[in-house]
Design a protein around this ligand. Structure first.
Ligand SMILES: NC(=O)c1ccc[n+]([C@@H]2O[C@H](COP(=O)([O-])OP(=O)(O)OC[C@H]3O[C@@H](n4cnc5c(N)ncnc54)[C@H](O)[C@@H]3O)[C@@H](O)[C@H]2O)c1
Length: 292
């Protein structure tokens, strides 16, 4: 049995990056999908890929600006009109938005960032949840947040603040919609190799892609796999949660003592008894001891 058989989904920002990868995964798992994006050329390309994989009858594209309420309402109407219902809304579209020192950030750029990254999520939750209540079977509101919304230093001021607001919205709206069996969940990606980050030149960003402990770089498929799980009934008791998908980047923390093999605590073993007057015990490790 396919994990999303019989489900109808919307994926905003579905024409590129992790959105497109998720569209393909949702289709492969039996969902019908409306791809919603501002970029019509990439939307057409996404449909062509879906058709080539034999999913032509299960997918549609609608040009939309997720910051506009009428456009978001139109995506929900398209899902209902074309496929009869809505079960999953993946609110994923995004941009880098405003960057630079706080004193150099214009109100216009700040507002644009919040409109695309945060107002869009509010609008998606507002309209998609109404459609889910109509059929009474519940549903899933899934949001792409970011680790930049969880700690400092992960993105620009406006981007990080906008993603932090999304994480708050996920918790609060989950509490409201739980009784309706509408789950509200988020994914906080680490650094993922998408056009948003590499602009067509992944080789130039190797430093960013190799910051996390996990050896391989983050790929759109890593996000698509988690999105599929969270959207499926296998995750039916998860709501109000934002899942980090970052290869351990945040687990690494402030890394005061270095990272990986350069971490001071990995070079020797023993016990530090502080200022008790008892001696510290230190055992120098031979190369390879750390693995034992
Ligand atoms: N790539 C990363 O490392 C990373 C990390 C954390 C979070 N994210 C988030 O992941 C999400 C997807 O980004 P991606 O990396 O796949 O980037 P991407 O640029 O490949 O895809 C984003 C898509 O969103 C669309 N979009 C942008 N503004 C829109 C609007 N106003 N209306 C409709 N569509 C719009 C774009 O046209 C594009 O197709 C974003 O929310 C981004 O902030 C990305």
């Amino acid at each position: 049995m396919k994990r999303l058989a019989g489900k109808v989904a919307i994926v905003t920002g579905g024409a590129s990056g992790m959105g497109r990868a998720t569209v393909m995964r949702f289709l492969a798992e039996g969902a019908k999908v409306i791809v919603a994006d501002l970029n019509e050329a990439n939307g057409a390309e996404t449909l062509a890929v879906a058709r080539a994989q034999g999913h032509g009858d299960s997918v549609g594209f609608l040009r939309c600006d997720v910051a506009k309420e009428s456009d978001v309402a139109a995506i929900v109407a398209e899902a209902k009109g074309r496929f009869g219902r809505l079960d999953i809304a993946y609110l994923n579209a995004g941009v880098g938005g405003a960057f630079g020192p706080i004193a150099e950030t214009s109100v216009e750029d700040w507002d644009y960032t919040f409109a695309v990254l945060t107002r869009s999520v509010f609008l998606g939750m507002k309209h998609a949840s109404q459609a889910m209540k109509e059929h009474g079977d519940g549903g899933v509101l899934l949001v792409t947040a970011s680790i930049a919304g969880m700690v400092g230093g992960g993105g620009s001021h406006a981007y990080s603040a906008a993603k932090a607001a999304c994480i708050s919205l996920i918790e609060n709206v989950a509490a409201e919609l739980g009784p309706d069996r509408i789950r509200v969940v988020g994914i906080a990606p680490g650094v993922i190799s998408t056009p948003l980050v590499h602009r067509g030149r992944p080789d130039k960003y190797e430093k960013q892609f190799s910051q996390q402990p996990w050896p391989e770089r983050g790929e759109p498929g890593h996000i698509a796999d988690v999105a599929t799980f969270l959207a499926s009934d296998e995750a039916r008791f998860i709501t109000g949660e934002t899942v980090k998908v970052d290869g351990g980047l945040l687990a690494q923390g402030v890394a005061l003592w270095g990272t990986g093999a350069d971490n001071t605590f990995m070079k020797s073993a023993g016990v530090n008894r502080g200022t008790t007057g008892e001696a510290m015990v230190v055992r120098t490790l031979q190369s390879g001891d750390q693995k034992k």
